[in-house]
Design a protein around this ligand. Structure first.
Ligand SMILES: Nc1ncnc2c1ncn2[C@@H]1O[C@H](COP(=O)(O)OP(=O)(O)OP(=O)(O)O)[C@@H](O)[C@H]1O
Ligand SMILES: [Mg+2]
Length: 512
């Protein structure tokens, strides 16, 4: 389609090359975002999305390429220069101080002064008005960050980036990854308001449904190159986007459920932690996959941590095949055959300066050591197999983990625990931050663990994932089991209704 684009881009990057030792992170990649559009940027883990954002932010110098912001060519981007040109970044991490108030957080580093020092009342009034009018959040400026929910914190972070009123373009890097469904809606509405003001928005996410919902155009990266720019996006685009991202179709996102072993397996009986959940009882037979659904704050995170010994229980017990398990610490859990794939894998799961091989095999060192010596070859073989099945890039066991992309770091932690020889596997949000190809692979690996006879618990905020992977699903609400249902007996809509408390749906057994 021939045509002349008259809209001037809010910013554009063309033919950007960025070479790190051993990898071409960007290989003539381009990106153009216009005022008043929500522009999606998608690609597999390691495709170069975060790197192009860092180039624009001036924190990473490209080897070559052109950057234009607001019509001006920038010879070399610096953080201060890009900021004064009106480009704002909502980083994935929060960077907020827990004991600061909302007002202090919004004005951190950009305080207003009056004749008598800090203009506290004015700042509070402005912060509250901005949050209410622009972001739809009615909140007192005196509240402390540590008392806010995750979505509220995210919105405070957005307010901080935008309060000076000079933003022309806003970059969101996976903003919804830590959020629950109804909180995601708050962020989406905030983005719609920014768009209506003519601000250019770049939106990076692995959630394709969000991309098709809110983006006007989408750029797709693969291995550091722009492989597609979609000018029209509809619900029907998801298949095309996946194909562009990974170069193949995914016919079956979810595995076929295989034959299941039998046996009592894990029994959680009347477990409480005295604060976040109370009298929770669950049974996960051998070879079974039990899903745990629930909003943030439902207690499901704390429940998983307690089963793994990271938190103290105040009542209740754990059994496996009738034998009582003593789990007061994570080391005891591992010794008794329980492993956890934690949700915050980067902080809880990795030793960043170590190599991929070392990180991936921390849990299996025993199996790989002979007479106390680590068998480097066995470690290498085991790791190579997992790197292959999870498609970790670069596919090099000696790469330093810190230098991998966010999603590839996630995969390294997964590799470690998937290789562990355990009888109970706890997965807490195993696919957050992971690309669509690796997701399908992870689902298959979870299914394989069940087929081998393990008891598996999958805690997830994604109802589609729970229905696709689990045999049985329990819904937690305010620290209690609100109901339980066979995955085959419930639709996505009904599951969402039960999770949000909109309805306790037919097919659910009531709490015990
Ligand atoms: N400082 C660095 N040193 C060496 N390699 C790096 C560095 N930063 C990134 N890379 C490599 O560059 C490539 C692109 O990484 P990038 O973080 O941009 O991916 P991404 O598209 O953001 O992926 P994800 O979805 O996993 O976050 C990856 O292969 C990564 O390992
Ligand atoms: Mg990234």
């Amino acid at each position: 389609m021939a045509g002349i684009t008259v809209t001037q881009a809010a910013f554009s990057l063309s033919d950007i090359v960025k070479i790190f030792p051993g990898v071409r992170a960007l290989d003539r990649a381009s990106l153009e975002v216009r005022p008043g559009e929500v522009h999606g940027l998608i690609g597999e883990n390691g495709a170069g999305k975060s790197t192009v954002i860092k180039v624009l932010a001036g924190v990473c110098q490209p080897d070559s390429g052109t950057i234009i912001v607001g019509g001006q060519r920038i010879a070399s981007a610096t953080p201060a220069g890009v900021h004064s040109a009106g480009v704002r970044f909502i980083h994935q991490e929060l960077h907020l101080v827990p004991h600061f108030t909302v007002t202090e957080s919004v004005f951190m580093g950009q305080e207003l002064h009056g004749s008598l020092g800090l203009a506290r009342r004015k700042m509070r009034r402005l912060a509250e008005a901005f949050l209410r009018d622009n972001l739809g959040l009615d909140i007192s400026g005196n509240r402390l960050i540590r008392d806010l929910g995750t979505a509220e914190r995210k919105l405070v972070q957005v307010a901080r980036a935008l309060i000076d009123g000079a933003a022309k373009a806003v970059i969101f890097d996976e903003p919804t990854a830590p959020l629950a469904n109804e909180e995601i809606e708050m962020v989406m509405q905030a983005i719609a308001r920014l768009k209506a003001q003519g601000i250019a928005i770049l939106y990076v996410s692995h959630y394709l449904s969000e991309i098709t919902d809110i983006c006007d155009r989408v750029t797709v990266y693969r291995q550091g190159r722009t492989v597609g720019v979609f000018d029209e996006i509809s619900d029907a685009s998801a298949g095309e986007l996946i194909y562009a991202m990974i170069g193949r179709e995914i016919s079956d996102m979810f595995p076929n459920k295989g034959a299941r072993a039998t046996g009592e397996g894990l029994v959680v009986d009347g477990l409480s932690d005295g604060a976040h959940f109370d009298s929770v009882s669950l049974t996960v037979g051998k070879g079974r996959i039990l899903g745990i659904a629930g909003l943030i704050g439902s207690g499901r995170e704390e429940l998983i941590d307690t089963i793994y010994g990271l938190r103290r229980k105040t009542a209740g017990s754990l059994r496996f095949d009738g034998e009582t398990l003593q789990v007061a610490t994570a080391a005891q859990a591992v010794a008794q055959g329980i492993v956890l794939v934690p949700r915050d894998r980067r902080n809880d799961g990795l030793v960043l300066p170590m190599t991929v091989a070392e990180n991936a095999t921390l849990a299996t060192l025993e199996a790989n050591s002979r007479a106390g010596l680590i068998d480097a070859r066995a470690v290498g073989d085991a790791t190579t197999a997992l790197i292959d099945s999870l498609d970790i890039r670069p596919p090099n066991v000696d790469a330093v983990t810190r230098l991998l992309s966010g999603g590839n770091q996630q995969k390294v932690v997964l590799a470690r625990w998937l290789a562990a020889d355990a009888r109970v596997f706890l997965f807490d949000e195993p696919t957050v931050g992971v690309d669509v190809g690796a997701k399908a692979e992870i689902y298959q690996l979870i299914e394989d663990l069940a087929t081998k006879g393990a008891s598996v618990i999958l805690s997830s905020s994604d109802p589609v994932e729970l229905l696709g992977v689990c045999d049985q699903i329990v819904v937690m609400m305010r620290g209690r089991v609100a109901g339980e249902v066979a995955a085959s007996d419930v639709s996505v809509d009904n599951l969402v209704a039960a999770i949000t408390g909109a309805a306790m749906v037919e097919g659910f057994a009531n709490a015990r």
